[in-house]
Design a protein around this ligand. Structure first.
Ligand code: HAM
Length: 418
């Protein structure tokens, strides 16, 4: 039996979970301040939701889904992203009758059958936000502003924001034809995927990573030149609202995003440190998704951020969110006082102190060593004499200072001398 975690998945060990938890708290806290509420959706959905929602011309649907038949022969798929599931939940729970806009955030694991690389896994986590019901450009600018605020609260710098508008279905049709006209003579030299994209969704040809294709993208016509008046106005207002928040960005006409549901604003936050694709985060407006999967007409905008990529970025920029802290107190005990140590630990833990005791029947000497290794801030020895006198000697590990403390006063003593 192979005891390694399946390819593309990884165990998250305690040293990392501490840093992740800090990140999760920071994200949850910021989302709360922006008025977002948390949603959790199932880890698998009906396959059709992703085929219709994410789109059958996307790589995610064509090549990367973990799809299986359940025992009743339903086709189910492990979620490759969060937006489609959240949109389904929006419809299922009648959220269009909630006060608008409905602002939701999530922290969920996703599954994509991708080639393993730095920053690219088959199971990965995303922080995401979705705002439903707000068509105004301010909603686009708010989610981007939230991201910018998040990175700056974490102390991250050098993350580039690139934005673009891919228009509405109306102006995109004209643009698609212009793209086809441009690519048609070059088609025989392009990769197999682009041959398919040419028919299904030529926009995706713009972000093909094959050398021969990406060189052509540089001279391709750009959507910005084909925007209808409404889309142009929307994009101008998004840029203006970003400027006013002091958010720096670059307009990059080649940002088209890999999922089919986008309309108008699309954006990515990029960095050199997170692997070949460089995207820490991506998102945009998707005004057609809710109706596409059977709900009402409902404007929406959102993003998702790769948590592993965010952690790579933090590491590359030397930002350490959490040192692992040892226990406040280690109680050294004897076989005859182990039960007293446990009872004392329980009483102190109830007061909010973190306490370890010996669970291994170790000698006093090796318990002392264990306390040191665990990084305990204080230790005390609980023997029969101490139990009888109702008083212990507490030693502060940092400076070796020792004080006699009544057992009932240990919690107060630790708090006062930490
Ligand atoms: P996405 O661009 O496919 O968008 O993914 C968002 C982020 O998830 C990426 O920028 C990247 O950081 C991370 N990510 C994607 N694939 C992997 C992987 N295999 N391993 C590690 N990290 C990965 C979406 O998923 C959309 N649902 C975003 C959205 C929300 N748009 C509107 N609302």
């Amino acid at each position: 039996m192979d005891l390694r975690a399946p390819r593309g998945t990884r165990d998250i060990l305690p040293e990392e979970t501490i840093r992740r938890r800090r990140l999760e708290q920071a994200f949850a806290d910021l989302c709360g301040r922006y008025g977002y509420r948390e949603i959790r959706v199932p880890v698998f959905e009906h396959t059709e939701l992703f085929v219709r929602g994410v789109g059958d011309s996307s790589d995610v649907v064509r090549k990367e889904m973990y799809t299986f038949q359940d025992r009743s022969d339903r086709s189910l798929t492990l979620r490759p992203e969060g937006t489609a599931g959240v949109a389904r939940a929006f419809i299922e729970h009648g959220m269009s009758s909630w006060p608008a806009p409905v602002k939701l955030w999530y922290n969920l694991n996703m599954f994509r059958y991708e080639k393993m690389q730095k920053g690219r896994y088959r199971e990965f986590w995303q922080f995401g936000c979705e705002t439903f019901g707000a068509a105004a450009p301010g909603a686009d600018a708010e989610v981007i502003g939230l991201l910018d605020a998040f990175f700056s609260e974490l102390g991250l710098e050098e993350i580039r924001l690139e934005i673009n508008s891919i228009g509405c279905p109306g102006c995109r049709d004209t643009y698609r034809e212009a793209l086809r006209d441009y690519y048609r003579p070059h088609l025989p030299d392009m990769c197999e995927d682009c041959q398919i994209r040419f028919e299904r969704n030529p926009l995706r040809m713009l972000d093909c990573k094959e050398d021969s294709c990406s060189m052509l993208a540089a001279d391709a016509p750009v959507q910005l030149d084909y925007l209808c008046d409404d889309c142009r106005d929307h994009f101008d207002q998004v840029k203006d609202a970003l400027d006013r928040q002091g958010v720096r960005y670059r307009v990059n006409p080649l940002i088209v995003r890999g999922l089919d549901y986008y309309t108008r604003t699309v954006f990515e936050f990029l960095s050199e440190h997170v692997g070949t694709q460089g995207a820490i985060c991506g998102g945009g407006r998707y005004d057609g998704l809710i109706s596409e999967i059977g709900g009402p007409d409902m404007p929406a905008v959102g993003f998702a951020m790769g948590v592993e990529r965010l952690m790579l970025e933090l590491e590359a920029q030397g930002i350490n969110l959490a040192e692992e802290a040892g226990p406040d107190l280690f109680i050294v005990s004897f076989p005859s006082t182990v039960a007293d140590a446990l009872a004392l630990a329980r009483a102190l833990i109830r007061q909010g102190v973190s306490v370890e005791t010996d669970l291994m029947d170790r000698s006093i000497r090796s318990q002392m060593k264990a306390a040191d290794r665990a990084g305990a801030a204080f230790i005390l020895v609980l023997g029969e004499a101490e139990r009888a006198a109702d008083e212990v000697k507490v030693r502060k590990m940092a400076d070796g200072r020792e004080d006699r403390v009544p057992i009932a006063g240990i919690g107060d003593y630790l708090r006062a001398n930490r």
